[in-house]
Design a protein. Structure first.
Length: 61
């Protein structure tokens, strides 16, 4: 899954929370490849990437 192809337009919550619901929460594992950018800050973390990784770690995934 990738946010560019697996996410869909939705409203009612903060954008990262919607991505978490659509993709992150149901994922079994994550592969993250970094170059020069770590993502855009969210209300809770320094980046959406960090939030996604932390959610996966806290879920023992």
């Amino acid at each position: 899954m990738h946010w560019e192809t697996s996410a869909f337009p939705e409203s009612g919550k903060r954008p990262q929370a919607l991505l978490n619901k659509q993709i992150v929460n149901d994922s079994d594992a994550a592969i993250a490849i970094f170059w020069t950018r770590f993502g855009t800050p969210t209300e809770e973390y320094d980046s959406g990437t960090e939030e996604e990784i932390e959610k996966m770690l806290k879920s023992d995934k």
